[in-house]
Design a protein around this ligand. Structure first.
Ligand code: ATP
Length: 270
């Protein structure tokens, strides 16, 4: 852990929340070590915990990415945060929620002064095409008793040696803001506030209400991309997203087709 880093402080984070977020938060837990903040809240959800529980961990020993991939969270070097939210709407109406979470993360980063933050469909937080953060939504339940756990990882100051295992371009806040260190507690308060307020907004208006904001952060619009689907790869030009959060891909024939997140990975053509 870098000497200049502050430890997470629950009272300080609570004091930094917006009034709207404080009203939506049912509990905030700060842990020194968890295997995964998502796994912890999924277990809590099964035990009946209410909507609006948020947990943070200084370190994750088994942080999760999509499709079983690993998310590196060394002690005190990142922000690892998960939110449990219970939805009364039909699960089919939750398409685009992962993108909504991305908007919340991007706004929180802007609030601490990170300019040029971008989002790569469907779930990466980018700075100059380098991965600054990741988002993993996991869910369970049935219509009427359905919940989502949204996990966010943001790199604050990753030890170079440990980060050597990351097999794609990445960046941390320490490198972006060399002149001024960013308070992890301030970032946590902004992140939790934005997440809670965005989830409420999504619940009320769906992704359609947030699509314009996505466009402001969209890093792939107009780019030639490949979409790796479970059984095929398709290529074309990304044309933004529709009101459900599906990526609009224009193929060589000029046809524009929507693709919904799930297990799709997007790569920008070199
Ligand atoms: P996709 O485009 O399908 O999302 P991805 O490789 O970005 O693919 P994720 O599940 O989003 O997959 O994230 C996991 C991947 O992110 C890991 O396989 C690793 O390459 C990278 N990674 C792991 N930890 C970090 C970290 N702290 N910062 C940046 N990148 C990381």
């Amino acid at each position: 852990m870098s000497a200049s880093l502050e430890l997470l402080d629950r009272d300080c984070i609570l004091a930094g929340l917006t009034d709207a977020a404080r009203a939506l938060l049912s509990r905030l837990e700060v842990h020194a070590v968890l295997d995964s903040t998502n796994r912890y809240l999924l277990a809590g959800a099964q035990a009946g915990w209410p909507s609006g529980v948020v947990c943070l961990a200084e370190q994750q020993t088994a942080g999760r990415g999509r499709q079983g991939r690993h998310w590196l969270t060394p002690s005190g070097a990142s922000l690892a945060c998960s939110l449990l939210w219970r939805f009364a709407v039909h699960p089919a109406a939750l398409s685009g929620l992962s993108l909504a979470a991305g908007i919340a993360v991007a706004r929180a980063l802007q609030n601490v002064g990170v300019t040029e933050v971008g989002l790569k469909w469907p779930n990466d937080v980018w700075w100059h095409q380098r991965k600054l953060g990741g988002i993993l939504l996991e869910s369970d339940g049935v219509f009427g008793d359905f919940y989502v756990v949204a996990g966010i990882g943001i790199n604050v100051a990753l030890p170079r040696q440990e980060a050597a295992v990351i097999d794609q371009p990445w960046v941390d806040l320490q490198e972006i803001r060399v002149d001024e260190s960013i308070s992890r507690n301030a970032l946590a308060a902004f992140l939790i506030s934005e997440l809670l307020e965005t989830f409420l907004r999504f619940e009320q208006g769906g992704f359609a209400d947030l699509a314009m904001e996505w466009a402001n952060f969209d890093q792939v619009k107009g780019c030639q991309v490949s979409l790796c689907l479970p059984n095929a790869t398709v290529t074309g030009v990304a044309r933004g997203v529709d009101a459900t959060g599906a990526l609009l891909l224009e193929t060589a024939s000029g046809e524009i087709k929507p693709y919904i997140g799930g297990e799709i990975s997007l790569r920008i053509a070199a």
